[in-house]
Design a protein around this ligand. Structure first.
Ligand code: NAD
Length: 264
């Protein structure tokens, strides 16, 4: 199998959702063996069927139910790849943005805790067991990509404080891990997507046009991003083409975080 990820064993968490599924499709097209992981089994079944349909030549595709906020789930998932020859790439992408997440006054503590448990602790567990697996399998290189968000870089007056704090934590922990493990050949990068056309955001915006326009105006391009545009960046970060890309806040936002006044 030829491809930019040929021979690599990869895990994608949140693989049944927007960014995760598009990434699974591209990983498979590029020759990776892919384990699609998600908390929702029915959604996973649909997702893997789609990957199989679009990439009939995919070398190896499997699914696994995993709640990333539970360390035992994450550990068992990553250890299961030892029988494939060991993990090479993990995309710690599962995350939530809860409908009751709000500002400092109105965010319920339970929503704060739930958000940190999935978005931060889940990423930590993924990184921890990836490092252990890379060492156990005597790998001299590995790529860990963690999904953050542009809200970790710029302030938004549309509050979702628990989510924003969680994504800031992802950036910081990824940067530190990149330094700690650089001499082992393990690269850690954060992906910072802008608001996208995926269920996570679009279900939440619904038919509320003003709420939608409040966000669209900040895009120089005038549109939300597409999940596949994130997936292309993840393929690059996962591949050996990115061998000197480490510790980066990899921003894929159509220029949104560089904008002052956008075109009319
Ligand atoms: P999505 O809701 O389409 O997909 C997220 C997936 O994660 C779902 O399939 C869901 O079942 C799964 N998931 C939720 N909790 C889980 C858990 N505890 N364990 C395992 N899986 C779990 O969302 P998406 O837009 O594809 O988002 C993927 C990542 O990108 C998230 O981390 C999100 O915060 C981030 N992000 C999204 C946007 C956006 O606008 N969509 C922007 C910036 C960052």
């Amino acid at each position: 199998m030829v491809g930019r990820l040929a021979g690599k064993n990869a895990i994608i968490t949140g693989a049944a959702g927007g960014i995760g599924l598009e990434t699974a499709i591209l990983f498979a097209k590029e020759g990776a063996n892919v384990l699609l992981a998600d908390i929702s089994e029915p959604a996973l079944e649909k997702a893997v069927a789609k990957v199989k349909e679009l990439v009939p030549s995919a070398p190896r595709l499997e699914t696994r139910k995993c709640d990333v906020s539970k360390e035992a789930d994450v550990q068992a998932m990553i250890e299961s790849l030892d029988s494939w020859g060991g993990l090479d790439v993990i995309f710690n992408n599962a995350g939530i943005m809860h409908a009751n997440d709000d500002d400092a006054i109105n965010t319920p503590e339970a929503i704060w805790d739930l958000t940190q448990n999935i978005n931060v602790k889940g990423v930590w567990f993924g990184c921890k067991h990836a490092v252990l697996a890379l060492r156990r399998n005597k790998k001299t290189k590995g790529s860990i990509i963690n999904t953050a968000s542009v809200v970790a870089l710029v302030g938004a007056a549309t509050p979702q404080l628990a989510y924003t704090a969680s994504k800031g934590a992802v950036l910081a922990l990824t940067r530190e891990l990149a330094m700690v493990h650089a001499r082992e050949g393990f690269r850690f990068n954060s992906l910072c997507p802008a608001p996208l056309n995926t269920p996570l955001l679009q279900d939440w915006l619904g038919d509320d046009k003003p709420k939608r326009q409040r966000r669209e105006i900040h895009f120089p391009t005038g549109r939300f991003g597409e999940a596949v545009e994130q997936a292309h960046a993840v393929v690059f970060l996962a591949s050996d083409e990115a061998s000197f890309v480490n510790g980066s806040d990899f921003v894929v936002d159509g220029g949104m975080t560089k904008a002052y006044v956008t075109p009319e």
